[in-house]
Design a protein around this ligand. Sequence first.
Ligand code: AMP
Ligand code: MG
Length: 419
Amino acid sequence: MPAAPADAKILTFENARRTVEEHAARVQPPATELVDLVDAPGRVVAEPVTADRDFPPFPRTTRDGYAVRSTDLSQIPATLKVIGEIKAGEQADRISPIVPGQAVSIMTGAPVPAGTDAVVMVEYTSRRGDLVVITRQPTPGENIVPRGAEARQGSLLLDRGQRLNAPAVALAASVGKSRLRVYRRPRVAVLATGDEIVDISSSPGPAQIRNSNTYSLAAQIREAGGEPLLLPIAPDEPHALRRLIEQGLDSDLLLITGGVSMGRYDLVEHVLSEMQAEFFFTGAQIQPGRPVVFGSCGAGAPARERSGLYFFGLPGNPVSTMVTFDLFVAPMLAALAGASPRKLMFLHARLKSDIRVKSGLKRFLPAILTGEFENSSVELVPWQGSGDIAATARANCYVVIPPGRAQIPAGDWIAVMPR
Ligand code: AMP
Ligand code: MG
């Protein structure tokens, strides 16, 4: 039985990633639901959120001090008459319009009274009864945020597709959104394959392996805003495998692990070809994860606006499964969750010790990023290859090695993908 479709498509990492991004751009956003704002972090906003008034709604002082007319302070020190006090929450029009030679005591967050154009910090003043001596010449506008400078009433603060993090939640709260419309979480079917793989509730025989991929994928799906649907383990037998793949098509995305390499019992691509699947790539020039497969399958899927259901065949080695999720599944899942596309960006850190690899593949190797403040550095975790879950669990990032580099000396800057 052939293990792979005849026309194998092995892409560079960048082309494979772009292929996923292009398909992700065509995905329709999911249905929406209303959630309480406290439950919104991590969700994707599905309604435009606009400013219900100007931000700030009044010219706001950013300091405790004295609101003044800067033209009164062309010579310093200068003595001004204090005609009142405004604290945060009080309206500025309680104070009669200010005239030359006057100042108003004012607290951070309070509205600045009409006629004043600067706030002198209390540190540059000394108070004598109802007089204040000013020892600093302010520039016009100093320590004042003008009304509407942060956002004008009606302007867009959050757009559809934005993932809600703490600042986005703060914005929604600041315009009084106690409930927010968000996209529903896409359902992602997970199908582990392999005759040697057993459920974690049963005790494995001497040559059997517990199914860890289903659980690592479920964790990654949840983190990425999806709802995992766990299918039973598929044996390396075409009919049973096909039945389970068909079950998985009743979801928003299907992830299959194992059975995509070149072995005699790697049947996933063969079974999907029989089901008339279309393959966009059947491998990427990366390590770990080279046999990764991306395609779409219409058969058995409910009528959809798009061309069937997207699937990924992820290599079964546990580290390969996790890495290929981050590199390729994440952008598709984000699109299915309604999120606006984001490019994959790498950070840079100094390498702690030399790296030697065989060139030819782009490598994503488990590593530990350490250090403090501006002194971060990164070091590979010693590992036994892409089956080594324990080494990967010690890592907190991947070092990204371009295909052309076989030796990288300690001290070089190197790309890092955080986890
Ligand atoms: P495969 O991609 O099917 O050739 O599997 C590659 C390696 O990953 C083999 O050593 C498998 O035993 C292991 N493997 C495959 N699937 C799983 C799984 N679901 N959980 C843990 N290890 C797996
Ligand atoms: Mg297998």
